[in-house]
Design a protein around this ligand. Sequence first.
Ligand SMILES: [Zn+2]
Length: 578
Amino acid sequence: MNFWSLRCCVLCVLCASVLNAFSLDREAFTFTNYDLKIQIEPDQHRLGARGKITLRNDSSSSQKIAVLQISSSLDWRSIKAGDKPLQFVTQPYTSDIDHTGALSEAIVTLPDSVPPKSTIELDIAYEGVILLDATRLTRIGAPEARANSSDWDQISAKFTAVRGAGYVAWYPMATDVANLSEGDSMFEVLGKWKAREATSRMEVSFTTPTVPGDVTPAVTLCGGNEVHGVTTGGSTKFPWSQCSYQPLGLCVPAFIVADYGVVDRPAITVYHLPERAVAAEAYADAAEKTSALVTEWFGTSRRKAETADMGDPDVAPFESGSLLLTPLTTDSKLAGLVAAHQMAHASFSSPRPWIDEGLAHFAQALYLEHEKGRQAALDYMGLHRSAFSEAEKRNATTPKSEDEVNRSLVNTTSEELYRSKSMYVWWMLRDMIGESALKKALGAYRPEQDKEPSYMPRLIAAQTQRDLEWFFDDWVYRDRGLPDFKVESAFPRKTMTDTYMITVTVDNLGTAGAEVPVAVKFSGGEVTKRLEVRGKNKAVIRVEIPSAPQEIVVNDGSVPESDVTNNTFKIEMADTSK
Ligand SMILES: [Zn+2]
Protein backbone atom coordinates (compact mmCIF):
# COMPACT_ATOMS: atom_id res chain seq x y z
CA MET A 1 0.00 0.00 0.00
CA ASN A 2 1.52 3.31 -0.97
CA PHE A 3 1.51 6.48 1.02
CA TRP A 4 -1.49 8.05 -0.64
CA SER A 5 -3.86 5.16 -0.45
CA LEU A 6 -2.89 4.57 3.17
CA ARG A 7 -3.48 8.16 4.00
CA CYS A 8 -6.82 8.15 2.25
CA CYS A 9 -7.99 5.11 4.12
CA VAL A 10 -7.13 6.63 7.45
CA LEU A 11 -8.88 9.81 6.54
CA CYS A 12 -11.91 7.91 5.34
CA VAL A 13 -12.39 6.37 8.72
CA LEU A 14 -11.88 9.65 10.51
CA CYS A 15 -14.08 11.67 8.26
CA ALA A 16 -16.95 9.33 7.59
CA SER A 17 -19.09 10.80 10.33
CA VAL A 18 -18.16 14.35 9.39
CA LEU A 19 -19.08 13.73 5.75
CA ASN A 20 -22.49 12.51 6.66
CA ALA A 21 -23.09 15.50 8.83
CA PHE A 22 -23.41 17.94 5.97
CA SER A 23 -24.37 17.61 2.37
CA LEU A 24 -21.83 18.43 -0.28
CA ASP A 25 -22.55 21.10 -2.84
CA ARG A 26 -21.07 19.38 -5.89
CA GLU A 27 -22.10 22.18 -8.19
CA ALA A 28 -20.60 25.03 -6.17
CA PHE A 29 -17.42 25.29 -8.22
CA THR A 30 -17.03 25.88 -11.93
CA PHE A 31 -13.79 24.48 -13.33
CA THR A 32 -12.72 27.55 -15.29
CA ASN A 33 -9.31 26.40 -16.40
CA TYR A 34 -7.51 23.13 -17.07
CA ASP A 35 -3.84 22.81 -17.81
CA LEU A 36 -3.12 19.09 -18.02
CA LYS A 37 -0.24 16.89 -19.06
CA ILE A 38 -1.38 13.41 -19.95
CA GLN A 39 0.90 10.47 -20.46
CA ILE A 40 -0.79 7.61 -22.31
CA GLU A 41 0.57 4.09 -22.25
CA PRO A 42 -1.57 2.13 -24.72
CA ASP A 43 0.05 -1.25 -23.95
CA GLN A 44 -0.95 -0.96 -20.32
CA HIS A 45 -4.33 0.72 -21.00
CA ARG A 46 -2.94 3.39 -18.70
CA LEU A 47 -3.21 7.12 -18.35
CA GLY A 48 -1.26 9.33 -15.97
CA ALA A 49 -2.23 12.96 -15.51
CA ARG A 50 -0.76 15.93 -13.72
CA GLY A 51 -1.52 19.58 -14.00
CA LYS A 52 -3.36 22.57 -12.69
CA ILE A 53 -7.04 23.33 -12.50
CA THR A 54 -8.74 26.56 -11.47
CA LEU A 55 -12.00 26.41 -9.57
CA ARG A 56 -14.34 29.38 -9.23
CA ASN A 57 -16.96 29.44 -6.51
CA ASP A 58 -20.21 30.14 -8.34
CA SER A 59 -22.42 29.43 -5.33
CA SER A 60 -23.72 32.14 -3.05
CA SER A 61 -21.82 31.00 0.03
CA SER A 62 -18.18 30.51 0.93
CA GLN A 63 -16.83 27.01 0.30
CA LYS A 64 -14.28 25.18 2.45
CA ILE A 65 -14.70 21.86 0.60
CA ALA A 66 -14.19 21.14 -3.09
CA VAL A 67 -15.33 17.97 -4.84
CA LEU A 68 -13.27 16.58 -7.72
CA GLN A 69 -14.49 13.58 -9.68
CA ILE A 70 -12.68 11.33 -12.15
CA SER A 71 -13.59 7.96 -13.62
CA SER A 72 -13.80 5.14 -11.07
CA SER A 73 -11.01 3.34 -12.95
CA LEU A 74 -8.64 6.21 -12.12
CA ASP A 75 -7.11 7.03 -8.71
CA TRP A 76 -6.21 10.30 -7.11
CA ARG A 77 -2.50 10.62 -6.36
CA SER A 78 -2.15 14.14 -5.03
CA ILE A 79 -4.02 17.40 -4.67
CA LYS A 80 -2.11 20.53 -3.66
CA ALA A 81 -2.68 24.25 -3.38
CA GLY A 82 0.57 26.03 -4.09
CA ASP A 83 3.15 23.68 -2.60
CA LYS A 84 0.90 22.58 0.18
CA PRO A 85 -0.59 19.07 -0.03
CA LEU A 86 -4.26 19.22 0.83
CA GLN A 87 -6.20 16.76 2.92
CA PHE A 88 -8.71 14.81 0.95
CA VAL A 89 -10.76 11.68 1.21
CA THR A 90 -11.76 9.59 -1.74
CA GLN A 91 -14.95 7.67 -2.13
CA PRO A 92 -16.67 5.86 -4.96
CA TYR A 93 -19.63 7.88 -6.20
CA THR A 94 -22.23 6.01 -8.24
CA SER A 95 -23.14 8.01 -11.31
CA ASP A 96 -23.85 7.16 -14.94
CA ILE A 97 -21.96 10.22 -16.18
CA ASP A 98 -18.98 7.85 -16.54
CA HIS A 99 -18.99 4.65 -18.62
CA THR A 100 -18.05 2.60 -15.55
CA GLY A 101 -21.18 3.83 -13.80
CA ALA A 102 -19.12 5.35 -10.99
CA LEU A 103 -16.62 8.07 -10.19
CA SER A 104 -13.59 8.36 -7.92
CA GLU A 105 -14.57 11.33 -5.90
CA ALA A 106 -12.03 13.36 -3.94
CA ILE A 107 -13.49 15.51 -1.19
CA VAL A 108 -10.86 18.15 -0.65
CA THR A 109 -10.48 20.37 2.38
CA LEU A 110 -9.31 23.72 1.04
CA PRO A 111 -6.66 25.74 2.92
CA ASP A 112 -9.11 28.66 3.33
CA SER A 113 -12.75 29.24 2.62
CA VAL A 114 -13.25 30.41 -0.95
CA PRO A 115 -15.75 33.28 -1.02
CA PRO A 116 -18.36 33.51 -3.81
CA LYS A 117 -16.86 34.52 -7.19
CA SER A 118 -13.32 33.84 -5.96
CA THR A 119 -11.05 31.23 -7.46
CA ILE A 120 -8.52 28.72 -6.22
CA GLU A 121 -5.84 26.94 -8.22
CA LEU A 122 -5.08 23.30 -7.46
CA ASP A 123 -2.19 21.10 -8.54
CA ILE A 124 -3.47 17.63 -9.20
CA ALA A 125 -2.19 14.19 -10.13
CA TYR A 126 -4.17 11.04 -10.90
CA GLU A 127 -3.69 7.85 -12.85
CA GLY A 128 -5.22 4.53 -13.74
CA VAL A 129 -6.53 2.50 -16.62
CA ILE A 130 -9.33 3.10 -19.10
CA LEU A 131 -10.72 -0.21 -20.30
CA LEU A 132 -13.72 -1.00 -22.44
CA ASP A 133 -16.55 -0.78 -19.91
CA ALA A 134 -20.26 -0.50 -20.57
CA THR A 135 -21.40 -1.19 -17.01
CA ARG A 136 -23.76 1.78 -16.92
CA LEU A 137 -25.61 0.41 -19.96
CA THR A 138 -25.56 -3.32 -19.22
CA ARG A 139 -26.82 -2.80 -15.68
CA ILE A 140 -29.97 -1.21 -17.05
CA GLY A 141 -30.44 -4.14 -19.41
CA ALA A 142 -28.76 -3.08 -22.66
CA PRO A 143 -27.50 -6.07 -24.70
CA GLU A 144 -23.74 -6.29 -24.33
CA ALA A 145 -22.87 -5.90 -28.02
CA ARG A 146 -24.99 -2.78 -28.34
CA ALA A 147 -23.67 -1.37 -25.09
CA ASN A 148 -20.09 -1.88 -26.25
CA SER A 149 -20.62 -0.19 -29.60
CA SER A 150 -22.12 2.77 -27.77
CA ASP A 151 -19.59 3.00 -24.91
CA TRP A 152 -16.54 2.17 -27.04
CA ASP A 153 -14.06 4.34 -25.15
CA GLN A 154 -10.83 2.65 -24.11
CA ILE A 155 -7.07 2.88 -24.07
CA SER A 156 -5.55 -0.13 -25.78
CA ALA A 157 -2.53 -1.00 -27.90
CA LYS A 158 -4.66 -1.57 -30.97
CA PHE A 159 -6.83 1.52 -30.82
CA THR A 160 -7.26 4.23 -28.23
CA ALA A 161 -10.23 6.57 -28.26
CA VAL A 162 -11.61 8.28 -25.18
CA ARG A 163 -14.34 10.89 -25.03
CA GLY A 164 -14.84 13.26 -22.10
CA ALA A 165 -17.87 14.48 -20.12
CA GLY A 166 -20.79 12.10 -20.45
CA TYR A 167 -18.54 9.17 -21.44
CA VAL A 168 -15.29 9.00 -19.48
CA ALA A 169 -14.30 11.44 -16.74
CA TRP A 170 -10.65 11.51 -17.84
CA TYR A 171 -10.34 15.07 -16.54
CA PRO A 172 -11.75 16.29 -13.21
CA MET A 173 -15.39 17.24 -13.05
CA ALA A 174 -17.98 17.80 -10.33
CA THR A 175 -21.58 16.81 -10.90
CA ASP A 176 -24.57 15.47 -9.01
CA VAL A 177 -25.66 11.89 -9.59
CA ALA A 178 -26.72 11.11 -13.14
CA ASN A 179 -28.93 8.05 -13.42
CA LEU A 180 -29.72 6.49 -16.80
CA SER A 181 -32.74 4.67 -15.42
CA GLU A 182 -34.33 7.91 -14.24
CA GLY A 183 -35.89 9.79 -17.15
CA ASP A 184 -33.97 12.92 -18.08
CA SER A 185 -31.55 12.73 -15.15
CA MET A 186 -28.45 12.04 -17.26
CA PHE A 187 -29.37 14.66 -19.82
CA GLU A 188 -30.02 17.28 -17.14
CA VAL A 189 -26.87 16.64 -15.13
CA LEU A 190 -24.69 16.61 -18.23
CA GLY A 191 -26.44 19.63 -19.68
CA LYS A 192 -25.88 21.59 -16.48
CA TRP A 193 -22.21 20.61 -16.39
CA LYS A 194 -21.66 21.63 -20.01
CA ALA A 195 -23.45 24.92 -19.51
CA ARG A 196 -21.26 25.68 -16.47
CA GLU A 197 -18.13 24.85 -18.46
CA ALA A 198 -19.03 26.60 -21.72
CA THR A 199 -16.69 29.55 -21.17
CA SER A 200 -13.92 27.53 -19.51
CA ARG A 201 -10.64 26.85 -21.22
CA MET A 202 -8.60 23.69 -21.44
CA GLU A 203 -5.02 23.06 -22.50
CA VAL A 204 -3.92 19.44 -22.66
CA SER A 205 -0.68 17.94 -23.83
CA PHE A 206 -0.54 14.26 -24.64
CA THR A 207 2.55 12.13 -24.83
CA THR A 208 2.82 8.49 -25.81
CA PRO A 209 5.79 6.19 -25.24
CA THR A 210 8.93 6.98 -27.16
CA VAL A 211 9.76 4.72 -30.09
CA PRO A 212 13.02 3.81 -31.80
CA GLY A 213 14.00 6.08 -34.69
CA ASP A 214 13.07 3.56 -37.38
CA VAL A 215 9.50 3.06 -36.07
CA THR A 216 6.57 5.25 -37.10
CA PRO A 217 4.85 6.31 -33.88
CA ALA A 218 1.09 6.25 -33.41
CA VAL A 219 -0.78 9.47 -34.16
CA THR A 220 -2.47 11.29 -31.29
CA LEU A 221 -5.48 13.42 -32.20
CA CYS A 222 -7.87 15.51 -30.14
CA GLY A 223 -10.78 17.74 -30.87
CA GLY A 224 -9.36 21.10 -29.86
CA ASN A 225 -7.11 23.42 -31.73
CA GLU A 226 -4.34 20.95 -32.10
CA VAL A 227 -0.69 20.74 -32.96
CA HIS A 228 0.97 17.38 -33.07
CA GLY A 229 4.35 16.12 -34.01
CA VAL A 230 7.29 13.96 -33.18
CA THR A 231 10.46 15.26 -31.63
CA THR A 232 13.58 13.33 -32.47
CA GLY A 233 16.23 12.91 -29.82
CA GLY A 234 19.15 10.99 -31.25
CA SER A 235 17.73 7.68 -32.44
CA THR A 236 14.58 8.02 -30.34
CA LYS A 237 11.29 9.63 -31.33
CA PHE A 238 9.06 11.46 -28.83
CA PRO A 239 5.49 11.73 -30.11
CA TRP A 240 3.40 14.54 -28.63
CA SER A 241 0.23 16.55 -29.16
CA GLN A 242 -0.89 19.84 -27.75
CA CYS A 243 -4.60 20.60 -27.63
CA SER A 244 -6.38 23.74 -26.75
CA TYR A 245 -10.06 24.45 -26.22
CA GLN A 246 -10.63 28.19 -25.82
CA PRO A 247 -13.38 28.19 -24.80
CA LEU A 248 -14.79 24.70 -24.37
CA GLY A 249 -18.25 25.68 -25.56
CA LEU A 250 -20.38 22.55 -25.56
CA CYS A 251 -17.46 20.55 -26.95
CA VAL A 252 -16.59 17.23 -25.34
CA PRO A 253 -12.79 16.94 -25.26
CA ALA A 254 -11.59 13.60 -26.62
CA PHE A 255 -8.34 11.94 -27.62
CA ILE A 256 -7.38 9.20 -30.03
CA VAL A 257 -4.15 7.27 -30.41
CA ALA A 258 -3.85 4.94 -33.38
CA ASP A 259 -1.50 3.73 -36.11
CA TYR A 260 -3.10 5.95 -38.66
CA GLY A 261 -2.25 6.48 -42.28
CA VAL A 262 -3.07 9.90 -43.68
CA VAL A 263 -4.90 11.19 -46.74
CA ASP A 264 -4.16 14.90 -46.87
CA ARG A 265 -6.13 17.19 -49.19
CA PRO A 266 -6.30 21.00 -49.19
CA ALA A 267 -9.68 21.09 -47.39
CA ILE A 268 -9.54 17.96 -45.28
CA THR A 269 -7.19 15.52 -43.58
CA VAL A 270 -8.45 11.96 -43.20
CA TYR A 271 -6.70 9.65 -40.74
CA HIS A 272 -7.36 6.02 -41.45
CA LEU A 273 -6.51 2.61 -40.08
CA PRO A 274 -4.01 0.78 -42.32
CA GLU A 275 -6.65 -1.43 -43.98
CA ARG A 276 -8.97 1.49 -44.79
CA ALA A 277 -6.87 3.56 -47.21
CA VAL A 278 -9.42 3.16 -50.02
CA ALA A 279 -12.30 4.28 -47.82
CA ALA A 280 -10.25 7.28 -46.68
CA GLU A 281 -9.65 8.37 -50.28
CA ALA A 282 -13.38 7.89 -50.99
CA TYR A 283 -14.29 10.01 -47.98
CA ALA A 284 -11.88 12.76 -49.00
CA ASP A 285 -13.40 12.68 -52.51
CA ALA A 286 -16.91 12.92 -51.07
CA ALA A 287 -15.87 15.83 -48.84
CA GLU A 288 -14.39 17.68 -51.81
CA LYS A 289 -17.59 17.10 -53.79
CA THR A 290 -19.69 18.80 -51.11
CA SER A 291 -17.45 21.85 -51.10
CA ALA A 292 -19.22 23.77 -53.89
CA LEU A 293 -22.59 23.50 -52.14
CA VAL A 294 -21.12 24.18 -48.72
CA THR A 295 -19.18 27.23 -49.93
CA GLU A 296 -22.28 28.61 -51.67
CA TRP A 297 -24.20 28.46 -48.39
CA PHE A 298 -21.64 28.87 -45.65
CA GLY A 299 -18.69 30.62 -47.25
CA THR A 300 -15.16 29.44 -47.85
CA SER A 301 -13.51 27.07 -45.43
CA ARG A 302 -12.01 28.77 -42.34
CA ARG A 303 -10.13 25.78 -41.06
CA LYS A 304 -9.16 22.39 -42.27
CA ALA A 305 -11.57 19.57 -41.49
CA GLU A 306 -10.14 16.51 -39.73
CA THR A 307 -11.62 13.04 -39.83
CA ALA A 308 -10.45 10.01 -37.88
CA ASP A 309 -11.43 6.46 -38.73
CA MET A 310 -13.16 4.55 -35.96
CA GLY A 311 -12.66 1.09 -37.39
CA ASP A 312 -15.78 -0.59 -36.01
CA PRO A 313 -18.54 0.04 -38.60
CA ASP A 314 -21.27 -0.21 -35.95
CA VAL A 315 -20.29 2.78 -33.84
CA ALA A 316 -22.06 6.10 -34.18
CA PRO A 317 -20.00 9.07 -35.41
CA PHE A 318 -18.82 11.49 -32.76
CA GLU A 319 -17.66 15.08 -33.06
CA SER A 320 -15.20 16.78 -30.82
CA GLY A 321 -14.49 20.31 -31.99
CA SER A 322 -12.99 20.20 -35.47
CA LEU A 323 -12.42 16.45 -35.29
CA LEU A 324 -14.95 13.96 -36.56
CA LEU A 325 -14.62 10.37 -35.41
CA THR A 326 -16.48 8.10 -37.75
CA PRO A 327 -16.25 4.63 -39.24
CA LEU A 328 -15.03 5.33 -42.79
CA THR A 329 -17.29 3.97 -45.46
CA THR A 330 -16.82 3.32 -49.16
CA ASP A 331 -20.49 4.16 -49.71
CA SER A 332 -20.01 7.53 -51.41
CA LYS A 333 -23.58 8.74 -50.74
CA LEU A 334 -23.27 8.08 -47.03
CA ALA A 335 -19.78 9.57 -47.01
CA GLY A 336 -21.17 12.69 -48.71
CA LEU A 337 -23.87 13.03 -46.09
CA VAL A 338 -21.36 12.83 -43.24
CA ALA A 339 -18.90 15.10 -45.05
CA ALA A 340 -21.51 17.81 -45.70
CA HIS A 341 -21.90 18.21 -41.94
CA GLN A 342 -18.20 18.32 -41.30
CA MET A 343 -17.44 20.71 -44.16
CA ALA A 344 -20.21 23.07 -43.02
CA HIS A 345 -18.46 23.25 -39.63
CA ALA A 346 -15.17 24.02 -41.35
CA SER A 347 -16.78 26.97 -43.16
CA PHE A 348 -19.14 28.32 -40.53
CA SER A 349 -18.84 28.46 -36.81
CA SER A 350 -20.90 29.95 -34.03
CA PRO A 351 -20.67 29.84 -30.24
CA ARG A 352 -24.41 29.06 -30.25
CA PRO A 353 -25.21 25.37 -30.72
CA TRP A 354 -28.55 25.96 -32.46
CA ILE A 355 -26.64 27.91 -35.11
CA ASP A 356 -23.44 25.86 -35.17
CA GLU A 357 -24.93 22.36 -35.10
CA GLY A 358 -28.31 23.30 -36.53
CA LEU A 359 -26.69 24.65 -39.68
CA ALA A 360 -24.34 21.66 -40.01
CA HIS A 361 -27.37 19.34 -39.97
CA PHE A 362 -29.21 21.70 -42.32
CA ALA A 363 -26.19 21.32 -44.67
CA GLN A 364 -26.85 17.56 -44.71
CA ALA A 365 -30.46 18.11 -45.73
CA LEU A 366 -29.31 20.57 -48.42
CA TYR A 367 -26.82 17.98 -49.68
CA LEU A 368 -29.53 15.32 -49.99
CA GLU A 369 -31.86 17.76 -51.72
CA HIS A 370 -29.06 18.65 -54.11
CA GLU A 371 -28.27 14.98 -54.84
CA LYS A 372 -31.71 13.37 -54.82
CA GLY A 373 -34.36 16.06 -54.55
CA ARG A 374 -36.54 17.63 -51.87
CA GLN A 375 -38.29 14.43 -50.82
CA ALA A 376 -34.96 12.74 -49.95
CA ALA A 377 -34.12 15.69 -47.71
CA LEU A 378 -37.56 15.59 -46.03
CA ASP A 379 -37.24 11.83 -45.46
CA TYR A 380 -33.86 12.38 -43.83
CA MET A 381 -35.20 15.16 -41.59
CA GLY A 382 -38.09 12.84 -40.70
CA LEU A 383 -35.57 10.44 -39.15
CA HIS A 384 -34.48 13.27 -36.87
CA ARG A 385 -38.02 14.25 -35.95
CA SER A 386 -38.60 11.30 -33.67
CA ALA A 387 -35.52 12.40 -31.71
CA PHE A 388 -37.17 15.51 -30.36
CA SER A 389 -40.92 14.99 -30.77
CA GLU A 390 -41.02 12.67 -27.73
CA ALA A 391 -39.32 15.31 -25.64
CA GLU A 392 -41.73 17.92 -26.97
CA LYS A 393 -44.69 15.73 -26.07
CA ARG A 394 -43.49 15.33 -22.48
CA ASN A 395 -43.03 19.05 -22.37
CA ALA A 396 -46.52 19.73 -23.67
CA THR A 397 -48.14 17.88 -20.79
CA THR A 398 -46.54 20.15 -18.20
CA PRO A 399 -46.16 23.53 -19.86
CA LYS A 400 -44.37 26.02 -17.67
CA SER A 401 -43.30 29.40 -18.81
CA GLU A 402 -39.73 29.05 -17.51
CA ASP A 403 -39.45 25.71 -19.31
CA GLU A 404 -40.39 27.41 -22.55
CA VAL A 405 -37.44 29.72 -22.11
CA ASN A 406 -35.01 27.13 -20.74
CA ARG A 407 -35.73 24.70 -23.53
CA SER A 408 -35.68 27.33 -26.26
CA LEU A 409 -33.15 26.87 -29.04
CA VAL A 410 -31.11 29.83 -27.80
CA ASN A 411 -30.75 28.33 -24.32
CA THR A 412 -31.05 24.58 -24.62
CA THR A 413 -28.20 22.16 -23.98
CA SER A 414 -30.28 19.28 -25.33
CA GLU A 415 -28.72 17.80 -28.46
CA GLU A 416 -32.08 16.68 -29.82
CA LEU A 417 -33.20 20.26 -29.83
CA TYR A 418 -30.12 22.14 -30.98
CA ARG A 419 -29.35 19.55 -33.64
CA SER A 420 -32.57 18.03 -34.94
CA LYS A 421 -35.16 20.66 -34.16
CA SER A 422 -32.83 23.44 -35.21
CA MET A 423 -32.25 21.76 -38.58
CA TYR A 424 -35.99 22.04 -39.21
CA VAL A 425 -35.97 25.68 -38.15
CA TRP A 426 -33.29 26.51 -40.72
CA TRP A 427 -35.17 24.56 -43.37
CA MET A 428 -38.42 26.39 -42.57
CA LEU A 429 -36.62 29.74 -42.69
CA ARG A 430 -35.21 28.87 -46.09
CA ASP A 431 -38.69 27.93 -47.33
CA MET A 432 -40.17 31.14 -45.90
CA ILE A 433 -37.69 33.82 -46.95
CA GLY A 434 -36.03 32.11 -49.88
CA GLU A 435 -32.58 30.78 -50.54
CA SER A 436 -30.78 33.97 -51.53
CA ALA A 437 -32.07 35.97 -48.56
CA LEU A 438 -31.00 33.28 -46.10
CA LYS A 439 -27.58 32.92 -47.75
CA LYS A 440 -27.09 36.69 -47.42
CA ALA A 441 -28.02 36.58 -43.75
CA LEU A 442 -25.54 33.76 -43.13
CA GLY A 443 -22.90 35.63 -45.10
CA ALA A 444 -23.31 38.64 -42.81
CA TYR A 445 -22.85 36.57 -39.65
CA ARG A 446 -19.68 37.19 -37.61
CA PRO A 447 -19.25 34.85 -34.64
CA GLU A 448 -17.27 37.46 -32.70
CA GLN A 449 -20.19 39.88 -32.98
CA ASP A 450 -22.72 37.34 -31.72
CA LYS A 451 -23.21 38.78 -28.25
CA GLU A 452 -26.98 38.47 -27.97
CA PRO A 453 -29.46 35.72 -28.83
CA SER A 454 -31.23 38.17 -31.16
CA TYR A 455 -28.13 38.80 -33.31
CA MET A 456 -28.81 36.04 -35.85
CA PRO A 457 -32.60 36.59 -35.98
CA ARG A 458 -31.91 40.29 -36.68
CA LEU A 459 -29.54 39.42 -39.55
CA ILE A 460 -32.28 37.24 -41.03
CA ALA A 461 -35.00 39.84 -40.51
CA ALA A 462 -32.85 42.40 -42.32
CA GLN A 463 -33.03 40.30 -45.50
CA THR A 464 -36.81 40.11 -45.73
CA GLN A 465 -39.89 42.32 -45.68
CA ARG A 466 -41.76 39.65 -43.76
CA ASP A 467 -42.53 39.89 -40.10
CA LEU A 468 -40.76 36.90 -38.55
CA GLU A 469 -40.97 37.97 -34.93
CA TRP A 470 -43.74 35.42 -34.20
CA PHE A 471 -41.68 32.66 -35.79
CA PHE A 472 -38.55 33.39 -33.75
CA ASP A 473 -40.69 33.68 -30.65
CA ASP A 474 -42.34 30.28 -31.16
CA TRP A 475 -39.25 28.38 -32.33
CA VAL A 476 -36.07 30.13 -31.21
CA TYR A 477 -36.57 32.34 -28.13
CA ARG A 478 -39.16 30.01 -26.63
CA ASP A 479 -40.04 26.37 -26.98
CA ARG A 480 -43.70 26.51 -27.84
CA GLY A 481 -43.76 22.83 -28.76
CA LEU A 482 -44.87 21.79 -32.22
CA PRO A 483 -47.77 22.75 -34.47
CA ASP A 484 -50.58 20.31 -35.24
CA PHE A 485 -52.28 21.08 -38.52
CA LYS A 486 -55.67 19.87 -39.57
CA VAL A 487 -57.75 20.76 -42.62
CA GLU A 488 -60.93 22.00 -41.05
CA SER A 489 -62.92 22.50 -44.21
CA ALA A 490 -62.57 22.75 -47.97
CA PHE A 491 -65.14 24.25 -50.31
CA PRO A 492 -64.59 23.72 -54.03
CA ARG A 493 -66.43 25.73 -56.66
CA LYS A 494 -66.36 25.53 -60.43
CA THR A 495 -65.35 28.79 -62.11
CA MET A 496 -66.65 30.42 -65.31
CA THR A 497 -63.52 29.23 -67.12
CA ASP A 498 -64.09 25.58 -66.16
CA THR A 499 -61.34 25.50 -63.56
CA TYR A 500 -61.96 24.98 -59.86
CA MET A 501 -61.43 27.34 -56.98
CA ILE A 502 -61.12 25.69 -53.59
CA THR A 503 -61.22 27.51 -50.29
CA VAL A 504 -59.30 25.64 -47.61
CA THR A 505 -59.37 26.39 -43.89
CA VAL A 506 -56.41 25.01 -41.95
CA ASP A 507 -56.58 24.78 -38.17
CA ASN A 508 -53.39 24.72 -36.09
CA LEU A 509 -54.20 22.90 -32.85
CA GLY A 510 -50.63 23.28 -31.58
CA THR A 511 -49.09 26.27 -29.86
CA ALA A 512 -46.26 26.96 -32.35
CA GLY A 513 -47.06 28.69 -35.61
CA ALA A 514 -45.50 27.90 -38.97
CA GLU A 515 -45.80 28.48 -42.67
CA VAL A 516 -46.89 25.17 -44.11
CA PRO A 517 -47.35 23.86 -47.67
CA VAL A 518 -50.95 23.00 -48.57
CA ALA A 519 -51.25 20.66 -51.57
CA VAL A 520 -54.50 20.32 -53.47
CA LYS A 521 -54.52 17.10 -55.49
CA PHE A 522 -56.59 16.44 -58.56
CA SER A 523 -56.62 13.78 -61.24
CA GLY A 524 -53.26 14.17 -62.96
CA GLY A 525 -51.49 16.55 -60.62
CA GLU A 526 -51.42 18.86 -57.65
CA VAL A 527 -51.02 22.54 -56.83
CA THR A 528 -49.14 23.55 -53.69
CA LYS A 529 -49.44 26.90 -51.94
CA ARG A 530 -47.88 28.02 -48.68
CA LEU A 531 -49.98 29.19 -45.77
CA GLU A 532 -48.98 30.86 -42.51
CA VAL A 533 -50.96 29.45 -39.59
CA ARG A 534 -50.14 30.82 -36.15
CA GLY A 535 -50.37 28.68 -33.03
CA LYS A 536 -53.96 27.98 -31.81
CA ASN A 537 -55.23 29.73 -34.89
CA LYS A 538 -56.87 29.16 -38.25
CA ALA A 539 -56.00 30.46 -41.69
CA VAL A 540 -57.74 30.34 -45.04
CA ILE A 541 -56.29 29.97 -48.51
CA ARG A 542 -57.86 29.87 -51.96
CA VAL A 543 -56.28 27.64 -54.57
CA GLU A 544 -57.14 27.44 -58.25
CA ILE A 545 -56.77 24.06 -59.93
CA PRO A 546 -57.50 22.85 -63.49
CA SER A 547 -59.84 19.96 -62.62
CA ALA A 548 -61.96 18.66 -59.76
CA PRO A 549 -60.04 18.49 -56.42
CA GLN A 550 -59.77 15.07 -54.78
CA GLU A 551 -57.67 15.50 -51.72
CA ILE A 552 -55.90 18.10 -49.65
CA VAL A 553 -52.67 17.38 -47.83
CA VAL A 554 -51.34 19.90 -45.38
CA ASN A 555 -47.59 19.73 -44.65
CA ASP A 556 -45.13 17.88 -46.90
CA GLY A 557 -43.00 16.99 -43.88
CA SER A 558 -40.98 20.21 -43.91
CA VAL A 559 -42.65 21.44 -40.70
CA PRO A 560 -42.23 19.20 -37.64
CA GLU A 561 -45.65 18.40 -36.25
CA SER A 562 -46.95 16.60 -33.18
CA ASP A 563 -49.68 14.69 -35.04
CA VAL A 564 -49.55 13.94 -38.76
CA THR A 565 -52.50 11.54 -38.81
CA ASN A 566 -54.99 14.38 -39.39
CA ASN A 567 -53.26 16.03 -42.36
CA THR A 568 -55.23 14.54 -45.25
CA PHE A 569 -58.69 15.69 -46.22
CA LYS A 570 -60.73 13.80 -48.86
CA ILE A 571 -63.08 15.83 -50.98
CA GLU A 572 -66.39 14.28 -51.96
CA MET A 573 -67.57 16.27 -54.96
CA ALA A 574 -71.15 16.19 -56.04
CA ASP A 575 -70.85 15.40 -59.72
CA THR A 576 -72.08 18.58 -61.37
CA SER A 577 -70.02 18.29 -64.52
CA LYS A 578 -72.33 15.93 -66.46
ZN1 LIG B 1 -21.62 18.94 -35.80
